[in-house]
Ligand binder design. Structure first.
Ligand code: MN
Length: 285
């Protein structure tokens, strides 16, 4: 049994994107800060409408997939395919940009808390130009389970073996074979999960400090930071005196070259230039 340990930290740094939405970016803050196949993780969290009201007006993507997971608030997704998705607390959306999508993500609230995450997952070279697709998961359709010590797990994407039983997440079919969980532990709680040895994985506590690794040798990870994990076949996370909540991401690495230009993520500079030219000519999608 090889228990994963904390191997590096990418702090979430304050930035803004879209029309001026304030957010915290860990993965993706620079091209050196990625965990293959994961490209970017943004957390947006504010009770001040000025921080989110401008939303993400119409913009393009090519070459990857996104999962947006909401904790609080209400966003509306609209895209060139005619999809219209209401995204509410506890719900998620899965979008495959493929060869191209043009969409907007706009707040449907003028006050109150807006809180959630957007994760970008790379597509393998052979699937970057597949047709775009989109799927909504309403909060009531999100599978979740209660842990023996009172914690809980939301199964957003992929399959997880928890306490000896395999559970299916809401989103199935991410090209990079990604697992995405939202785990909440009470004070003193403990979470154990087998993972394929070679999968890259990181955790992102969004409430409270978590402890990572084998008993008596855990390492602390404060909130709002991505904790990069060593390879290994088991993950163990502990809560101390306070309840904690964290995201867990694991996926099979693609091991391919990445060239990114803003919302376009391809394998070569020529493909990026093609994406820019296609977008300018109205031929991205
Ligand atoms: Mn977008």
């Amino acid at each position: 049994m090889n228990i994963r340990i904390l191997q590096g930290i990418i702090p979430g740094i304050a930035t803004a994107d879209g029309g001026g939405v304030k957010l915290r970016r860990s993965l993706g803050q620079s091209q050196a800060h990625r965990v293959d196949p994961f490209l970017m993780l943004d957390e947006f969290s504010s009770a001040n409408a000025d921080d989110y009201i401008a939303g993400f007006p119409q913009h393009p993507h090519r070459g990857f997939e996104t999962i947006t997971y909401m904790l609080d608030g209400h966003m509306l997704h609209q895209d060139h395919l005619g999809n219209r998705g209401d995204l509410k607390g506890g719900g998620a959306q899965w979008m495959t940009a493929g060869r191209g999508i043009i969409h907007s993500e706009m707040p449907q609230q003028e006050s109150g808390r807006m809180r959630g995450f957007q994760l970008w997952i790379n597509l393998p070279a052979k699937e970057k130009m597949k047709p775009a697709s989109y799927q909504d998961i309403q909060p009531e359709a999100m599978p979740w389970l209660t842990l023996a010590d009172g914690g809980s797990v939301k199964l957003i994407a992929g399959n997880a073996e928890i306490a000896g039983q395999v559970y299916a997440g809401a989103i199935q079919g991410i090209s990079a074979d990604a697992l995405f969980l939202d785990v909440r532990l009470p004070a003193g709680g403990h979470f154990k999960l087998p993972l394929p040895y070679e999968y890259n994985a990181f955790v992102y506590p969004y409430e409270g400090q978590i402890m990572i690794g084998p008993q008596l040798a855990q390492q602390p990870l404060p909130p709002q930071q991505a904790g990069l994990l060593s390879l290994g076949d088991q993950l163990e996370i502990w809560a101390e005196e306070q309840p904690v909540a964290f995201l867990l991401l694991a996926g099979r690495p693609l091991g391919e070259q990445i060239v990114q230009h803003g919302p376009f993520v391809m394998n070569t500079q020529a493909e990026i230039e093609q994406a820019i030219a296609d977008y300018k000519k109205g031929q991205l999608v």
